[in-house]
Write a protein that binds this ligand. Structure first.
Ligand SMILES: [Zn+2]
Length: 320
């Protein structure tokens, strides 16, 4: 694992730290229990009230201190129906949180001996935790830029494929990115780069008082009249890239990070999955000041995105 050594000490969470915190499956289960049910208290359906839970030795369940009804902290989470060990799941989350450019299923296959299929599925599930569809950018200077990802001439900026015709151009997936300068990013797969598609996405994530910076691509022509933003443009078509504070270099930097990762680490990403990869890159980018403590944020998402409280039916389905 290539953990960047430039991370300040207080933001480091090394493989050794990981091993100390999660020595085995039981330790992982206890942490998961603490995360999902603070102080070991959860609702007991039989008692119809909150009850203190106690670990049952040798089984991944906790029982109600009053009636003995069992509950698993894995119920409703991405771990629920998996036969892969919890510690391996946690390690996969750790790897995904600790990289900057993405982590391939091949690597976890090599490191841990799980099959490629299992590794791929784990990462797919972990990625599903990382979407933040409601993220509202609060910075008042926001750069916006679209890009095209995938296809045969993969990962080219629009300026380089503008004249292309036919299937190659069609195979590319348009994506729209919005980034607060010095802050967070929102990246979305979009069905097209027409104003009627793009403007609603911008309005959803960017505050009305914001100054937005774009290049001179025609889709942004009506931005001032159609939206509540102050709009500043840089003339990329005339090969001008920076003029004072007018530029889109922050969002272009994010796109190049995504494109490098998708080309170098993930090789082929189908259109269908592209948004989940954008979510992965955005999640890390938005927490880049946290070093590899990003793991904790990924871990918290396990509980945040778990489906409701485990039902009695779920409990009966718990493995012995
Ligand atoms: Zn009970």
């Amino acid at each position: 694992m290539n953990v960047k050594q430039t991370i300040p000490k207080h933001l480091r969470f090394t493989v050794e730290d990981f091993n100390n915190r999660f020595p085995d499956d039981a330790a992982c289960l206890d942490e998961l229990m603490r995360l999902r049910f603070p102080n070991g208290i959860s609702y007991c359906e039989k008692c119809e009230k909150d009850r203190k839970r106690y670990r049952i030795e040798g089984r991944p369940v906790y029982s109600c201190g009053y009636c003995g009804t069992q509950v698993s902290p894995m119920a409703g989470t991405i771990f629920e129906k998996s036969t892969t060990s919890l510690r391996l799941w946690f390690y996969a989350m750790y790897l995904m949180a600790s990289t900057r450019c993405g982590i391939s299923a091949k690597q976890i296959q090599r490191e841990t001996g799980v099959t490629y299929k299992t590794a791929w599925r784990m990462f797919k599930q972990i990625r599903s935790l990382l979407s933040e569809p409601d993220l509202q950018l609060e910075g008042l200077s926001v750069e916006i830029d679209e890009a095209y990802i995938g296809g045969k001439n993969k990962n080219k900026h629009r300026s380089k494929i503008r004249d292309m015709r036919g299937r190659d151009a069609d195979a590319k997936v348009p994506v729209l990115g919005m980034v607060e300068r010095g802050g967070r990013v929102v990246a979305r797969v979009t069905p097209s780069v027409k104003a009627e598609t793009v403007y609603p996405i911008i309005r959803e994530h960017v505050l009305p008082e914001s100054v937005v910076f774009t290049d001179d691509y025609c889709v942004y022509d009506r931005l001032t009249e159609s939206t509540p933003y102050t709009h500043r443009r840089i003339r990329h078509s005339e090969k001008v890239y920076v003029m004072g504070d007018v530029h889109t270099q922050t969002i272009e930097g994010f796109w190049s990070l995504v494109k490098r990762g998708l080309t170098g680490v993930y090789h082929n990403v189908g259109k269908h999955y592209l948004q989940t990869y954008l979510d992965e890159y955005s999640f890390r980018y938005n927490r880049r000041h946290k070093g590899n403590l990003i793991f904790n944020d990924v871990f918290e998402k396990v509980s945040e995105k778990a489906v409701a409280r485990p039902s009695s039916k779920d409990r009966q389905m718990q493995p012995e």
